[in-house]
Design a protein around this ligand. Structure first.
Ligand code: G4P
Length: 287
């Protein structure tokens, strides 16, 4: 699967992270709570060495709460990090991140010894929103198109914490091909070579396996479609997505299904689970 990406930006990010890392007390990695594995950037693990790490599972309002807790436990047990869920619509949760930062670097955090925290994450994960919320002013540009931070930004949160914003762009890892589909299904990546219909078929198959009840409730189905193609066909007919000859317009119905998934209309949904990822990793390792 070919994903459009920008190696130059990645290289720049890598170089600058390597340079600042000796002065960093804490790495804050912002992940998408719907896909904490696929929204992870492998470089962060490689470059942080033994530096303490806080993984923030952001957009937790869109993720299945039970699965988010499962991920938090898994990451804390297996990755030697602190992990927390965050819904940035809740101001108190954002503020608790400052308390956590101080807790995680207990020997610093005074006027003469400020904490230096490096914040990183793949595009569209909510990094700029978090920087702005923590700083209490607009510093980073937010929005759907990934903006490239040209130079390392130092943001003084208060007298005691300095945030370093990662320059360049950190892209997710694509060596597990399912990650590309999940990132596309969540809306985290857009410029992919995977067709829209394929992403919707992938999402449909996943929803049938993991969230059958949600599908029944949302679409008023007594019985479930037999597979993902049947799902798209059934939904397409139901929503009048038809072309000449009475055939279903798959691109149109794919857009409907993916929009409902991304906007949370189908309810909070997590797109991957720790045990599923372990099984996939074992499978890909054998190939
Ligand atoms: P980035 O810097 O990592 O690229 O991401 P950014 O902060 O620009 O956020 C990307 C999108 O994610 C924004 O929406 C932002 O509002 C949304 N977002 C951030 N945190 C949360 C969260 O906790 N929950 C939910 N549901 N969304 C979150 P947007 O539609 O692209 O832009 P805008 O309409 O907010 O301007």
């Amino acid at each position: 699967m070919a994903i459009q990406w920008y190696p130059g930006h990645m290289h720049k990010a890598q170089k600058q992270i390597r340079e600042v890392m000796p002065n960093v007390d804490l790495v804050i990695e912002v992940l998408d709570a719907r896909l904490p594995y696929s929204s992870n950037n492998p470089l962060v693990f490689e470059l942080r060495g033994g530096t303490p790490c806080l993984k923030i599972l952001n957009k937790s309002d869109l993720a299945d709460p039970q699965s988010t807790q499962q991920w938090i436990d898994y990451l804390q047990q297996t990755h030697n990090v602190r992990a927390v869920a965050l819904d940035q619509q809740k101001q108190t949760q954002v503020q608790s991140i400052l308390t956590l930062i101080r807790q995680m670097v207990p020997n610093k955090g005074s006027a003469d010894k400020p904490i230096t925290a490096l914040i990183c994450g793949i595009p569209n994960v909510g990094k700029s929103t978090l920087i702005n919320a923590l700083a209490g002013r607009i510093i980073a540009k937010t929005g759907n198109e990934p903006a490239v931070t040209k130079a390392q930004q130092k943001i003084r949160l208060d007298g005691y914490i300095t945030l370093l914003d990662t320059p360049g762009i950190l892209w997710p890892k694509f060596d597990n091909e399912n990650s590309g589909y999940r990132l596309a299904a969540s809306g985290a990546i857009k410029d992919t070579a995977i067709s829209h219909d394929d992403v919707a078929a992938f999402a449909g198959e996943y929803l049938l396996a993991y969230y059958p009840q949600r599908l029944k409730e949302r679409y008023g189905w007594q019985t479930l479609p037999s597979d993902e193609i049947d799902l798209l066909e059934t939904l397409g007919r139901q929503r009048g997505c038809l072309v000449r000859g009475g055939h279903v317009d798959f691109t149109k119905v794919a857009t409907i299904l993916l929009s409902e998934l991304r906007e949370g209309t189908l309810g909070p949904i997590t797109l991957e689970h720790p045990e599923q990822i372990e099984a996939e990793e074992a499978h890909f390792a054998q190939l």
